[in-house]
Write a new protein. Structure first.
Length: 215
């Protein structure tokens, strides 16, 4: 019974690992594709897409740049002597970048937990199976190689299953984390580009809300 529960637990861990890998890989692919559509554009064109999203772009990425422009307009329309426009836009850009990355990071902690615990779960199943196999052999009074090899071999399979679950989880975690670091760098460059363009187009005096330049 315990061996079967261990097998079910390892199977659930494996399904969870592959589900997280596929979902996060798709999110990364979609976001990278959206970043590539913006890469050839200059800063005014990037801000122009925030107001007039182009087809084929990433909706959440376009929404993030749109909210950055909205924060710019909000600052310009309000009297905020306690904070500079530079600091205001820096905080807004950091917030939007964090929101985009948060979805990409979802599930990575669970992957790390599966990678570290799956071998021990498999080892537990092996120890439990070997113990009960030896007890059964002792009760039967048969200590031949044939009577030992079968039950012990079945128990050792749990260790192999634990490793089969842990190795993909480790590889998936490392690959997703590496790709996330690259995406974060690209997002920071994008937000910095939009941020500098908004500062460049800021008039010297406070007035009404100023719209971002369009193409």
């Amino acid at each position: 019974m315990v061996t079967r529960l261990t097998f079910v637990l390892l199977l659930a861990m494996s399904v969870t690992t592959w589900s997280i890998l596929l979902l996060r890989a798709w999110d990364q692919y979609a976001l990278v594709r959206g970043l590539r559509t913006l890469a050839p554009l200059d800063a005014p064109a990037i801000l122009g897409q925030a107001q007039d999203p182009a087809p084929g772009g990433h909706p959440r990425l376009q929404a993030a740049t749109g909210r950055l422009v909205a924060e710019y307009a909000r600052y310009r329309s309000a009297d905020r002597p306690d904070i500079s426009l530079r600091d205001w836009l820096t905080m807004a850009g950091t917030r939007e970048t964090s929101a985009l990355v948060e979805r990409l990071q979802s599930g990575l902690g669970l992957l790390a937990s599966i990678a570290s615990t799956a071998p021990f779960v498999g080892l537990f199943g092996t120890v439990w199976g070997v113990y009960h196999a030896l007890v059964a052999i002792g009760l039967s009074g048969e200590a031949s190689l044939d009577s030992v090899a079968g039950p012990v071999g079945e128990a050792l399979i749990m260790t192999a299953l634990g490793l089969a679950v842990a190795v993909p989880a480790v590889l998936a975690y490392n690959d997703l984390a590496r790709r996330n670091r690259r995406i974060v760098s690209a997002l920071e460059r994008l937000m910095s580009c939009a941020y500098m363009e908004l500062l460049r187009t800021t008039p010297p005096k406070h007035g009404g809300a100023v719209h971002a330049p369009t193409r």
